[in-house]
Design a protein around this ligand. Structure first.
Ligand code: RET
Length: 275
């Protein structure tokens, strides 16, 4: 074992939380990419509580609860990153044989496994989809996030690291199929086509950015620094979470009766708006 590997390995294991906290704080751009999201998530939580104050229809309320979870998970996620709790140094192997010690923001992947299913539940409810499709979207999405976490944490083999990435992309394809093929038909029958189509496009375009920036960023091919990678995710998050949630909640709050009427048997397994 070369001395360099020993030092890196020790640093990876031994860097304490206060040191990680200091390292994050010392990188102004990196910590700004976290704080911007903490502020926006806080503002969104208050705004969404206000927007939902008069909502009475139970299905609309359910969409509100699922969507509210997005900024709530987000503020927790970014608090974890900024405090040094959910970041670690990891020795990332790169194509060409080298490796580098990178500050890995693994908390992001963990919390995506909680926030992205909420986005999909809200979209599935809006589209009037059935339980089977919502369940499929949620479990494949969780599969995508957890295998993405595995990709980021695998340091033993470059090949296996990228193999995890491919598995995660395969799960992502299943999510995209439901979003692009299944739910638009359901939404047409449910009468929510217009807003669904806007949110679907926003979601698909922004979500595609995450695997692209993973590949380009410090955890993939390292064309970007850690702070640049973090900013890429933070900016995507602003659109995919707060803007998405605002557009969705503004529409459902104004159209409670449509949402309430969407397939009364919706949560049955085989009943969807197109049955
Ligand atoms: C990873 C890397 C592995 C391959 C794929 C990925 C996709 C991530 C996505 C994340 C979306 C996150 C959102 C968060 C909002 O709270 C894990 C980056 C496919 C699509 C929308």
């Amino acid at each position: 074992m070369s001395p360099a590997i020993t030092t890196d390995a020790l640093r990876t294991v031994l860097t304490s939380q206060p040191e990680l906290f200091q390292d994050v704080a010392a990188n102004t751009s990196l910590s700004a990419s976290f704080w911007v999201n903490i502020a926006l998530a806080g503002f969104s939580i208050l705004l969404f509580i206000y927007m939902g104050r008069n909502v009475e229809d139970p299905r609309t309320q359910l969409i509100f609860v699922a969507t509210m979870m997005v900024p709530l998970v987000s503020i927790s996620s970014y608090t974890g990153l900024v405090s040094g709790l959910t970041v670690s140094y990891v020795n990332v192997p790169y194509p060409g044989g080298g490796s580098e010690e990178v500050l890995l923001m693994w908390g992001r992947y963990l919390t995506w496994a909680l926030s992205t299913p909420m986005i999909l539940v809200a979209l599935g409810l809006l589209a009037g989809s059935n339980l089977t499709k919502i369940f499929t979207a949620v479990v494949t999405d969780i599969g995508m996030c957890v295998t993405g976490l595995a990709a980021a944490l695998t340091t033993s083999s470059l090949l296996l690291r990228w193999f995890w990435y491919v598995i995660s992309c395969a799960f992502f394809v299943a999510v995209l199929y439901i979003l692009l093929v299944e739910w638009p038909d359901d939404a047409r029958v449910a009468g929510t086509s217009e807003i669904f189509s806007t949110l679907k496009t926003l979601t698909v375009v922004l979500w595609l950015g995450y695997p692209i920036f993973w590949a380009l960023g410090s955890e993939g091919l390292a064309f970007l620094t850690t702070a640049q990678t973090s900013w890429a995710y933070s900016i995507l998050d602003i659109g995919a979470k707060y803007l998405f949630a605002y557009l969705l909640l503004r529409w459902v709050a104004a159209n409670e009766s449509i949402v309430g009427d969407v397939g009364s048997g919706q949560l049955g397994m085989g009943t969807s708006a197109d049955d």
